[in-house]
Write a new protein. Sequence first.
Length: 157
Amino acid sequence: MQAFADIYKTYWQKIFRLCMGYVNDADLAKDMAQETFIIVWEQLPKFRNEANIGTWIFRIASNNCLRHIEKLNRFPRGELPPNLADEKIPGSEPQIQFLYKCIAELPETDRIIISLELENIKQAEIATIVGLSESNIRVRIHRIKEKLHQKFAANGQ
């Protein structure tokens, strides 16, 4: 199906980065992104174009990430996923690695909001994906950016 191939090409990196914001582990993020696209493949015939396809895919990815985090919390592992400082993403700079680390430390809703903002998703779409008002999204983005700025300043970056 050519439509799916185009969707995959267009959204793979964005969904991967969104997943990285949740789990701070490149291999796990790849798995979660792949799971997201399996769901997209299965549900694509049911998509009715009532929303933007990107909004729909980000919503699926967000729900998938939240389900995964719930499973991790329900069945705690002996060891958490490795930190990005320990496992490098090919071609990523230290500031990017630190950003992912900081995003992973945010509360779940803030993680998705800032990850979507970093993907240049319109705030109205973010509001739809997350289920909050657009004005609430603007305020939260401002507060999240302040938190991240403080972490970078405290880390000397």
